[in-house]
Design a protein around this ligand. Sequence first.
Ligand code: COA
Length: 174
Amino acid sequence: MQNLKLVFPCEGYDEEWMAIIQEMETETLDITPYALKHRTKDYEEYLRIVRSYAKGISLPNGHVRAETYFLTKDSEKRILGAIDIRFVLNEYLYNYGGNIGYGIRPSERRKGYAQEMLALALDVCRRNGLKKVLVTCDDDNLGSRRIIEKNGGVLENIVPFEDENVMRFWINLM
Ligand SMILES: CC(C)(COP(=O)(O)OP(=O)(O)OC[C@H]1O[C@@H](n2cnc3c(N)ncnc32)[C@H](O)[C@@H]1OP(=O)(O)O)[C@@H](O)C(=O)NCCC(=O)NCCS
């Protein structure tokens, strides 16, 4: 274990938050999970949104109550990655999106962080009373697939979505 922890977004992480977003945008042209930024302009607005979504308040259409966490190590402020936990499965999440979405910043990949970040998120799910969670990935995302399987994911099926094939795994939390 690498002394990793999940931190709910709070004051003091604004520079780190901007840094991880910039790194993801530059390196991959994509921010994963989407909830690492939502559609916010600055960190203050971001904090308002994640706090309200965590309470299930002011949710946009099609959204469910969700908590987003930063992954950090030791007492460092550096945000290594982020994970988004959706506590309810609506039709889209049940079919494609799953309960949990995550990403590690490009410069910190292949160090075992995602595998442990998912394990920590599963503890949060257990504490919230979930008995099982759905985690999905595209069938060509070998890293994500490995992480889900290493956390106990059992493949239910593979379904087409847009140009991809989505693998749907259940993880039993009991
Ligand atoms: C997928 C992702 C989260 C992996 O994060 P990571 O921290 O590099 O993964 P880990 O270091 O925890 O790797 C766990 C296992 O997966 C394997 N793995 C990780 N990335 C891999 C890749 N690109 N190809 C093949 N295997 C990979 C590792 O070797 C390790 O397996 P091992 O323990 O048997 O050696 C990261 O690449 C990422 O953020 N990608 C973009 C966003 C994304 O795809 N999110 C998932 C959406 S479903």
